[in-house]
Structures are given as structure tokens and as C-alpha cells.
Design a protein around this ligand. Structure first.
Ligand code: B4P
Length: 191
């Protein structure tokens, strides 16, 4: 199996580059952000809970997210050749839970792609995206909160994966194709 974590601050291009990864490697794609937005758009109880956090730029509670991943793996394992984890894990507790879940399936994270993008660029991208995305979290105030949450709660996940020896740093500024070429090199080296 080939399991990839695509990691980086909000707006760093995780979703964008995941689309390229899916085409290239025929892997399953799980975006916790997309799953949560689907719950919101279908007005579920989980969606209402998620929205109350996402609109403030906060993370959705770990137990909710871990349950989503657990049930996804439970339903799909055996049918897939690997997974792209996009926007997950976002806390050290989530990273530990993922490690334990993958051990159950006798597999592991092969590579964590760390997309590096300066904050000014992130802010500009998300403000631009907000003009057309309709995402209620793509406004300057919430973006600031999300960047702050990233620094405090999500960045430590990188140290977790550094200890595991699976981090590949990728410069996330430039053309989407150019960035993907670097990603491909890192993934091929980890296979
Ligand atoms: P996500 O849906 O994961 O969204 P994101 O971090 O904002 O975006 P991403 O990095 O995928 O950026 P994209 O490619 O779209 O999370 C949203 C929220 O959900 C979180 O704030 C949190 O509340 C909640 N959540 C999700 N997962 C969670 C978890 N595990 N635990 C707890 N809470 C969770 O790119 C952004 C923009 O940049 C796009 O418009 C794109 O076109 C543009 N772009 C991309 N690459 C570019 C490039 N090279 N140059 C110029 N522009 C580029």
C-alpha cells in the first residue's frame, strides 16, 4: 500500500495537489474538510456541530474526525491500494490515532508531503477563493484564526512525522504543475 499525508497550512494547496495525486497514483482520497462540508450541506447533526467550529476557524473535535476516518477505512480497506489523507491529521492526537488504525491493517504512512507557503500568500489565496467558493471560512478574520490554529495545534504534527522519518518538504509556491513535479519525486522516492 502507498499511504500519503498531504500536509500544510490552510490554503497551501492540499486539495489542489490531491487532485493531481489521485490521477497519477490511482489512490483513494479522503479530505476531512470535504467530508465535513458534505455533512453541512446535507444538514446533518454532525454538520451542525462541524459548522459551529469551522465558521470560527477552529478545528472540529478529534473524536468526530477520528470516527470518520475509522469508518472510512473499515468500509474501504481491501478495495483500495492506498490513501491520500488530505487535511488530516491536524493534531498530534489525530496522528497517533491514524498510526494505531493503520497498524491494525498492517500498513503505515509512507510519506508526509509538507507544503511550505508564506502566510501572506496563504491569506491572498484564500481571500481570492472566498470570492467564488461560498465558503464561510474564507474571510480575513476567520483566515487569521485558521492560521493561528495551524501554528498552535497542527504544526506539531510535523515533529511527529519527522520522528517517524517520513517528511518531505515541498516548496508550495509557483506553478501547480511545478509543485506537482516535486511532489511526484518525493512520492516515488517513498514507494
Ligand atoms: P480544508 O478543507 O482542509 O481546507 P484548507 O486547509 O483551507 O485548504 P487546502 O490546503 O486544501 O487549499 P486548496 O488546495 O483548496 O479545511 C477546512 C476546515 O475544516 C478547517 O479549518 C477545520 O475547521 C475543518 N477540518 C478539516 N479537517 C479537519 C481535521 N482533520 N480536524 C479538525 N478539523 C478539520 O488551495 C487554496 C486556494 O489556493 C485555492 O483557491 C487554490 O486554487 C489556490 N492554489 C492552490 N495552489 C496554488 C498555487 N500553486 N498557486 C496559486 N494558487 C494556488
Amino acid at each position: 500500500m502507498l499511504n500519503i499525508v498531504i500536509f500544510g497550512p490552510p490554503g497551501s494547496g492540499k486539495g489542489t495537489q490531491s487532485e493531481n495525486l489521485i490521477k497519477e497514483y490511482k489512490l483513494a482520497h479522503i479530505s476531512t474538510g470535504d467530508l465535513l462540508r458534505k455533512e453541512i450541506s446535507t444538514n446533518t447533526q454532525l454538520g451542525a456541530l462541524a459548522k459551529s467550529h469551522m465558521d470560527k476557524g477552529e478545528l472540529v473535535p478529534d473524536n468526530v474526525i477520528i470516527d470518520m476516518i475509522d469508518s472510512y477505512l473499515d468500509k474501504n480497506f481491501g478495495k483500495i491500494e492506498g490513501v491520500i489523507f488530505d487535511g488530516f491529521p491536524r493534531t498530534v492526537a489525530q496522528a497517533e490515532a491514524l498510526k494505531n488504525l493503520l497498524v491494525e491493517y498492517k500498513t503505515k504512512v509512507n510519506v508526509t508531503l509538507n507544503l511550505e507557503v508564506p502566510n501572506e500568500e496563504l491569506m491572498a489565496r484564500m481571500i481570492e477563493r472566498g470570492k467564488t467558493s461560498g465558503r464561510s471560512d474564507d474571510n480575513p478574520e476567520t483566515i487569521k484564526a485558521r492560521l493561528d490554529v495551524y501554528e498552535k495545534q497542527t504544526k506539531p504534527v510535523l515533529d511527529f512525522y519527522k520522528k517517524e522519518g517520513v517528511v518531505a518538504n515541498i516548496k508550495g509556491v509557483g506553478s501547480i504543475e511545478g509543485i506537482f513535479a516535486d511532489i511526484k519525486k518525493a512520492v516515488d522516492a517513498a514507494k
